[in-house]
Design a protein around this ligand. Structure first.
Ligand code: G3H
Length: 255
């Protein structure tokens, strides 16, 4: 059964104190959510607070990145063992901001995906085209390259623990959300690609989120699309009341 998951990606926002306040406000707003998964991606410095404040609740915690290695001379990096030690369950990987600002390639991202799975962390693998690539008509080529590159050597069995997030770069942080039709067109392509890679049964059960200016006003129409299974939300996930509306839209769609 394909799971709808609504995830927030706080990016470089919220101190540990602000994170505690956020969860105190969000938890009562979504306590009755039973059908959709809820995940919050928080900065490394807020992860311990986040897992403590959500222990025993229906909210799971994600890191926003990780190193593929378990330990070593990698100044400033955080390992999968460190994330597991904090009770983190998911890790966002391959976000376009990591690809753009920190030059993460499909090969680097694939190593991280495989390491996350090897350490019992669930990767949320991000991918998506730029405006130039969309205008050039190469959206499907870009999405195929990033998915096949990011999932290289990932087995059909491991796909049960993988979440995919289609995030058109031109929609991230811009307020220019893809229309439900635009998003569904690419999500249908992704479903077909997964069928080619892993077979129909696996493809039908992979959660594929949409991300890119999803908010409380447009979430329901996006998540209502056949092949959109929730969202990966940036700006709108920083505000408990707004993010609760998006979570409830996912919960309604999951019924
Ligand atoms: O990971 C989240 C995406 O980057 C979307 O961010 P946004 O909702 O602020 O456009």
């Amino acid at each position: 059964m394909r799971k709808v998951i609504v995830a927030g990606n706080w990016k470089m926002n919220k101190t540990a104190k602000e994170a505690a306040q956020f969860f105190n406000e969000l938890k009562p707003l979504v306590a009755d959510v039973k059908n959709a998964g809820i995940v919050i991606g928080a900065p490394f410095t807020a992860l311990e607070t986040a897992t403590r404040e959500t222990a025993g609740s229906n909210i799971k915690i994600a890191a926003e990145n990780m190193n593929a290695k378990e330990s070593g001379a990698y100044t400033g990096e955080v390992s999968p063992l460190m994330l597991k030690d904090l009770g983190v369950e998911y890790v966002i990987l391959g976000h376009s901001e990591r690809r753009e600002y920190y030059h993460e390639t499909d090969e680097i991202i694939n190593e991280k995906v495989k390491s996350a799975l090897a350490h019992d962390l669930k990767p949320i693998l991000c991918f998506g085209e730029t405006l130039e690539e969309r205008e050039a008509g190469t959206t499907n080529d870009v999405v195929k390259t990033q998915i096949t590159g990011g999932l290289k050597d990932v087995t059909a069995a491991e796909m049960a623990n993988v979440v995919l997030a289609y995030e058109p770069v031109w929609a991230i942080g811009t307020g220019k959300t893809a229309t439900p039709e635009q998003a569904q067109e690419v999500h249908a392509f992704i479903r077909g690609l997964l069928t080619d890679l892993y077979g129909k049964e696996v493809a039908e059960n992979v959660t594929v989120q949409y991300g890119g200016s999803m908010n409380d006003a447009n979430a329901a129409d996006l998540i209502a699309q056949t092949d959109i299974d929730g969202g990966l939300v940036g700006g709108a996930s920083l505000i408990p009341e707004k993010f609760a509306v998006i979570i409830k839209a996912g919960d309604a769609a999951a019924k």
